[in-house]
Design a protein around this ligand. Structure first.
Ligand code: F6P
Length: 321
């Protein structure tokens, strides 16, 4: 590969800039040219392509968001869109492409690989919902942001002896919710992966904990379960405890990335250039069982994972007074 393109795609995640910086710097060190593609695949189809050098990425590791902007692009899911994208890359002399994003973004990369562009995927999403990897860039920062917000809600909830229902992001995955329950403590959680903890269980848990002397309560609800306001009304009606709902929302996507996110992003960025240097294509970089590895994209997308059962068990045991 002589000229590598880089784009960020799907929801932004803190740490994407650290990955961009690593890609640009390590590519330059390997003698490759780098071109940044703005606004993900949508920008690719509009030929929004800029030259990048090492100085352009100075001091971006600590910035949240993505300097390349991001988008979700329906047109790129079509054969015509993919062919057009491959042609635009070739016209710009780009023979290798690094895509930072989630599953949908990797599907696009896989198609481009079939069309003759060497592609590498880097997992970037706060949701941790990419099955082939134990870690995705942005998760650590998002969990820390949610944790701090929940700490603050707990201060007021405790003062008023209330119950708080807090909705965290995660799309169809409950990882952020589970981590917050372990980090913050909560009477219970609702996550899409488990229906074991249903609404009646939560009400029973709150009543049990109150009977043991607990004066405030927190329930963490994953976005994929939803209905947070309705749940708050139901809990208030069933328990008689004043209840408030908070949806944390996009605050979880922003902010300066944690050291963990920056370091993981930088390592994965450098690894991506290493793979392109070796002539690899259609690979996704993963962190699995404590090691950086790469898989064929199709193989990676076919893998399965679920929440950590042991963590889930411990979180449940800890929630009972
Ligand atoms: O994938 C990241 C994420 O923040 C999810 O947690 C959430 O479901 C979704 O993106 C929200 O998307 P948007 O920013 O387009 O509303």
């Amino acid at each position: 590969v002589e000229t590598v393109g880089i784009l960020t795609s799907g929801g932004d995640a803190p740490g994407m800039n650290a990955a961009i910086r690593a890609v640009v710097r390590t590519a330059r060190a390997s003698g490759m040219k780098v071109k940044g593609i703005k606004r993900g695949y949508a920008g690719l189809l509009n030929n929004e392509i800029i030259d990048m050098d090492s100085r352009m990425v100075s001091e971006i590791a600590r910035l949240g968001g993505t300097i390349l902007f991001t988008a979700r692009c329906k047109e790129f899911e079509t054969r015509e869109g993919q062919q057009k994208g491959a042609q635009i890359l070739k016209d710009n002399g780009i023979d290798g492409l690094i895509v930072i994003g989630g599953d949908g973004s990797f599907r696009g990369a896989q198609k481009l690989s079939e069309l003759g562009i060497n592609t590498i995927g880097i997992p970037g999403t706060i949701d941790l919902d990419i099955n082939c990897t134990d870690y995705t860039i942005g998760f650590d920062t998002a969990v820390n942001t949610a944790m701090s917000a929940i700490d603050k809600i707990k201060d007021t909830s405790t003062s008023h002896e209330r119950c708080s229902i807090i909705e965290v992001m995660g799309r169809n995955a409950g990882y952020i919710a589970l981590w917050c329950q372990m980090a913050n403590g909560a009477d219970g959680i609702l996550i899409p992966e488990r229906d074991a903890f249903n609404e009646q269980d939560l009400i029973d848990a709150i009543m049990h904990n109150r009977s043991k002397g607990k004066t405030h309560h927190v329930i963490i609800n994953a976005e994929g379960v939803g209905h947070t306001n309705r749940l708050a009304r139901r809990i208030e009606a069933a328990t008689g405890i004043e209840t408030r709902a908070t949806v944390l929302g996009h605050i979880q996507r922003g902010g300066s990335p944690t050291a963990r996110d920056r370091v993981m992003a930088a390592t994965m960025g450098g690894y991506a250039i290493d793979l392109l240097h070796r002539g690899e294509t259609n690979r996704v970089i993963c962190y699995k069982d404590g090691k950086y590895v790469d898989f064929d994209i199709d193989e990676g997308l076919a893998m399965e994972k679920t929440i950590d059962e042991y963590q889930f068990l411990i979180s449940r045991l800890m929630s009972v007074y």
